[in-house]
Ligand binder design. Structure first.
Ligand SMILES: [Zn+2]
Length: 458
């Protein structure tokens, strides 16, 4: 018998995480992520999944981000009838994110059809429901059997709520191999979450390399930077818009605002969370206090609610969102994080021309996005088809990424050299190749950067 690994997605590419482990004739898919990017390429990839006629027997999911879980309903729609294994928080978070994804696709299809293009969404809400029913949840450090000869255990990877390193013990009757899949590798000291756990000794390591060629900027103190911006706005008499994704960053900012208020470092003021999904994700996060780090545990013990405190209002409907047009002072958090869609755009239309208002960027802004243009100091921007002169202040707090950089990855892996054979995935081609060189320098002797669909016996 042989043990093989085939890299179906996220091979010399960032999104679409999907790797196939075959043992004793059974196929186990590690992640089943959606490809994100230019619509034409993404649509095609998200329809056929690249699995050809492989019959998948089980799925093990590292975490809920759409580029790791987003094609699961498609897999189910194409006939998958096995189990999907993940942590309890991943299951709950995945349900929210997949439901949102199905809505976006239905809207996209409607929009494209109106313009005369046929587009069948890869899945709908019904498929999402069926997918959730196929999940089996397992806590961290609780080994479970996936298929004969494949036992898995999740460790906390410190990336997002419920995220896991996947430790796979494989036995093909002749050999035992331990394979570790990082999913997305988190960072030490990320607010709310616990630090990534130490990886166990292994024979094979499959690692992400999103920041395989980069080091993060020195971590800024989000707490005091926020304090400074909020007090500045208090003086200037304007409002603050914070574009933020629903998972992670919204909860981080809220937690710090609550702390600043309790310590009377900022004055009480209205804080609006204007995103239905952010509300759901925040409620969900609050349901998993056992996953929080020591600081959050301490906060809960002292009787404070990190997310639902006085002054915070979760905006329910579009009407209430529109009424925020009249808000001249206060803080609005809204999605999307890069200002590409969502309610943040409507608020930006109001604020971008007012010198007293401030846009505060707290996350990564990709090239070409409206958020990036604002940070880069464009004098004019287009918002929802109209051109606006940028007169507001734009502030940026960086260094808060939830992905380890190459220095952090190397220190997490150092004790695995030289034994572990490494496969580098989930990064732009350049980043993965450069990271492979760094691994060789660090003492690893067998390092591969698979191309799409490449298969290895391990
Ligand atoms: Zn992720």
């Amino acid at each position: 018998m042989t043990i093989t690994l085939q890299f179906i997605g996220a091979a010399r590419f960032v999104t679409g995480s999907k790797h196939l482990l075959t043992v004793n004739g059974k196929n186990v898919l590690l992640d089943c992520g959606m490809v994100q990017g230019p619509r034409k390429i993404a649509n095609k990839a998200n329809q056929d999944l690249g699995l050809r006629d492989t019959r998948v027997d089980a799925v093990v999911l590292s975490h809920a981000h759409i580029d790791h879980s987003g094609s699961l309903p498609r897999l189910v729609k194409l006939g998958f009838s096995g189990e999907i294994h993940c942590t309890p928080a991943t299951k709950d978070l995945m349900e929210i994110l997949l439901t949102d994804s199905a809505h976006i696709q239905a809207q996209d299809a409607k929009h494209l059809r109106r313009r005369g293009h046929a587009f069948d969404p890869p899945y709908d809400l019904d498929d999402v429901e069926k997918t959730v029913k196929r999940t089996r949840t397992h806590g961290y450090h609780e080994p479970f059997d996936v298929v004969p000869g494949v036992k898995v255990q999740f460790l906390d990877s410190g990336h997002i709520l419920g995220s896991a390193f996947v430790v796979i013990d494989v036995d093909d009757g002749q050999r035992q191999q331990r394979i570790v899949f990082t999913g997305d590798h988190g960072r030490r000291g990320i607010p709310i979450l616990r630090d990534p756990e130490r990886l166990p000794e292994c024979d094979v390591l499959i690692t992400e390399a999103t920041y395989g060629d980069r080091l993060h900027a020195k971590r800024v103190d989000l707490e005091s930077s926020l304090e400074q911006v909020v007090n500045e706005e208090e003086r200037d008499g304007g409002r603050i818009l914070i574009p933020a994704f629903s998972v992670g960053r919204t909860q981080n900012v809220l937690m710090y605002l609550g702390k600043l208020l309790r310590e009377k470092r900022i004055r009480p003021q209205p804080i609006y969370i204007d995103s239905p999904m952010s509300k759901k994700v925040t409620q969900l996060t609050a349901r998993y206090p056992e996953l929080f780090d020591a600081d959050m545990q301490e906060l809960l013990r002292s009787g404070h609610d990190p997310f639902f405190f006085e002054g915070v209002r979760y905006v329910a409907d579009v009407e209430e969102s529109k009424s925020l047009n009249d808000l001249r002072q206060g803080i609005i958090l809204a999605a999307s994080g890069m200002c590409e869609a969502g309610r943040i755009l409507h608020h930006l239309k109001q604020s971008v021309t007012r010198p007293e208002d401030c846009v505060l960027a707290v996350g990564y802004m990709a090239q070409g996005t409206l958020g990036r243009k604002l940070i880069d100091g464009y004098e004019h921007v287009n918002i929802l088809g109209e051109r606006y002169a940028v007169r507001c202040k734009v502030r940026s707090i960086s260094g808060l990424s939830a992905h380890a950089d190459y220095g952090e990855l190397l220190s997490s892996f150092r004790h695995l050299a030289p034994r572990a054979r490494v496969f580098v995935v989930h990064g732009e081609e350049d980043a993965t190749l450069k990271f492979a060189d760094k691994l060789l320098d660090a003492g690893f002797t067998k390092v591969d950067v698979p191309v799409k669909r490449e298969k290895f016996e391990v």
